[in-house]
Design a protein around this ligand. Structure first.
Ligand code: NAP
Length: 549
């Protein structure tokens, strides 16, 4: 095992950046990037990770907005490749908050001694494949040029924020924060008139957290959102011992379930009486986790009547808490099925709307027209005066992190243009026409939308490492998808998606939140375990969907 540090050659005396020759560049130092860097370095590659952020963490560096926390249980979000790394960290509660998650990623980076091979505060702006030398020429906003055989993207599924989307944003007199660009310094909200745009998983966490602190909160809600209450017990030492004692079991099961969580679909609708179905729904609901979505009745993703029955169960729970018909009209979904896009967990979120200082503004029929110096103006001319605007407006998911970089493959083809026409990948691991560009958390794999992220990112980075090691062991230097291999995967992806109700719902799952983005279900919906098996089979068969030379 060789450990190679690039730090010595990365900067010259005085800190001036120098050009570098590497085996691999890893884009990103979040959950995927850290582990990818570790693996490739362990294999003796000269590798360096680059991140725009000033430190490690990725998603958990950027999303430091009030209330940011896991919706996955902490103990299943951890890396499973090292029992010691797993057991030497202890979570203080079941669904930890961002500060603790960020500390955990610092712990990982420190324990694996990763920082010496990460360059922070650096944005990769371009990556061009030199076909003559089979090298990626990578440029950064610091004016550096780095050459590498492999370019591995660990840029994250949800890292390109939808931030400049309203006319007049620059004219606002107060600060505007996108949730994923929340400052490290404390933001004073006490007593202020605060507006939150968006009620996705992020908006919900912000709203429930700041409502009691701000002077007045105005929530701008467009599409209603199904929500499930979170139960978040604090962990005693014996709770921590208990989950740690399950390490081997978790390691053996989580990677093979449908969604990369510890639980799987347990019940068949057809086998139950109507009364039993209600009992099961109630039981799972009381778990206070994502179980009702990811481990209830799998048929709800395929059969409209079952989807409707489960949706009605959740609506009933929401109506009971909201009581007020106006709130119910704005906040309870009626025209799409529960679970056909991301279901958030919440804590007393719906009750927030009963507070005197909270105003709910429905913008479905009266949309936001522009931002003015005073606040937010709606289409009918109403102006809501504000001191601070918080945009919980989401992301250009899956593709945005890479299409915002000038990436050029064979014949100078542009990934921004290719994905601007049609979003295609081979198993979410490579893209036809882009040799030696290996990808995690891009479309057509389960990562993000239908997966516990760490489960999927571990699997993808391990597959990438194995593919690189196998290639080098055979004395080859280039791997890329065949046209046929990519076509076959896209067809399989489409067929799998079309069998479900998910593509019927508009959300970032389909790219429909980004104007002009080609529509395609971004996440592979055949299941995490199945996807893993297909990836393993591909490798075991000698990579038939790929050309290696
Ligand atoms: P999101 O789900 O895309 O929600 C964006 C929100 O902004 C939606 O309510 C959207 O309304 C609204 N919006 C966007 N443009 C608007 C406009 N012009 N006018 C009015 N409303 C507008 O984004 P997100 O909440 O940031 O969540 C993204 C994903 O991040 C989640 O689905 C989840 O996977 C992940 N996440 C995870 C956690 C966790 O694990 N704890 C926490 C937060 C987020 P429409 O729906 O009408 O477009």
């Amino acid at each position: 095992m060789t450990m190679t540090s690039t730090t010595d050659t990365a900067t010259q005396a005085g800190g001036a950046p120098a050009d570098l020759e590497l085996d691999a560049v890893v884009l990103g130092a979040g959950v995927a990037g850290l582990y990818q860097l570790h693996q490739l370095r362990e294999q003796g590659l000269r590798v360096r990770a680059y991140d725009r952020a000033a430190d490690v963490g990725g998603t958990w560096y950027w999303n430091r907005y009030p209330g940011s926390r896991f919706d996955s249980e902490g103990y299943i979000y951890q890396y499973l490749f090292s029992e010691k790394l797993y057991k030497d960290w202890s979570w203080s509660e079941k669904f930890p908050g961002q500060p603790e998650i960020e500390r955990w990623l610092h712990y990982v980076a420190d324990t694996l001694d990763l920082r010496r091979d990460i360059q922070f505060s650096t944005t990769i702006t371009g990556a061009h494949f030199d076909e003559e030398r089979n090298r990626w020429i990578i440029t950064t906003d610091r004016g550096e040029t780095v050459e590498a055989q492999f370019f591995v993207s660990c840029a994250g599924m949800l890292s390109a924020p939808m931030e400049n989307i309203f006319d007049g944003q620059d004219s606002f007199r107060g600060p505007i924060f996108h949730t994923s660009r929340w400052p490290k310094e404390p933001v004073e909200l006490a007593g202020k008139r605060v507006g939150v745009i968006g009620i996705g998983a992020t908006g919900i966490q912000v709203i429930q957290t700041i409502a009691a602190e701000v002077g007045h909160l105005t929530v701008f809600a467009r599409t209603p959102q199904y929500v499930l209450p979170m139960k978040n017990p604090k962990y005693s030492e014996s709770d921590q011992d208990w989950y740690k004692s399950r390490f081997a079991e978790l390691r053996d099961t989580i990677p093979h379930t449908f969604t990369g969580f510890e639980y799987d679909f347990e019940h068949a609708w057809a086998d139950c009486t109507p009364q039993r179905r209600q009992e099961i729904l109630e039981e799972i609901y009381q778990d206070g986790s994502l179980k009702l979505w990811l481990a209830g009745f799998g048929e709800m993703f395929f059969v409209e009547e079952i989807s409707e029955a489960v949706s009605e169960f959740v609506r009933g729970k929401m109506r009971d808490r909201l009581k007020d018909p106006r709130l119910i009209d704005i906040l309870v979904p009626t025209d799409y099925g529960f679970g056909t896009h991301r279901v958030p967990l919440e804590t007393n979120y719906l009750e927030v709307y009963h507070r005197e200082n909270v105003e709910l503004v429905g913008v479905r029929d009266n949309p936001i027209a522009r931002i003015t110096p005073e606040g937010i103006e709606l289409a009918d001319g109403t102006v809501h005066e504000l001191d601070v605007i918080i945009m919980a407006t989401g992301f250009d998911a899956g593709t945005g992190a890479l299409t915002r970089i000038d990436i050029r493959g064979r014949d100078g083809r542009s990934l921004t243009e290719d994905w601007g026409r049609d979003i295609r990948t081979t198993m979410g691991l490579m893209v036809y026409g882009y040799p030696n560009l290996l990808t995690t958390a891009v479309p057509l794999a389960p990562s993000a939308a239908l997966c516990n992220m760490t489960t999927c990112l571990q699997q993808q980075t391990e597959w990438i490492t194995d593919a690189i090691v196998a290639l080098r062991a055979e004395g080859k230097s280039v791997i890329e998808p065949t046209e046929h291999g990519e076509e076959a995967w896209v067809a399989h992806h489409e067929e799998t998606a079309a069998a479900t109700l998910v593509p019927r719902t508009h959300s970032w799952y389909l790219g429909s939140n980004v104007p002009g983005k080609p529509r395609r279900l971004l996440s592979y919906i055949g299941g995490v375990g199945t996807y893993r098996r297909k990836c393993d089979e591909e490798a075991a068969a000698g990579y038939p969907a790929f050309q290696r030379s």
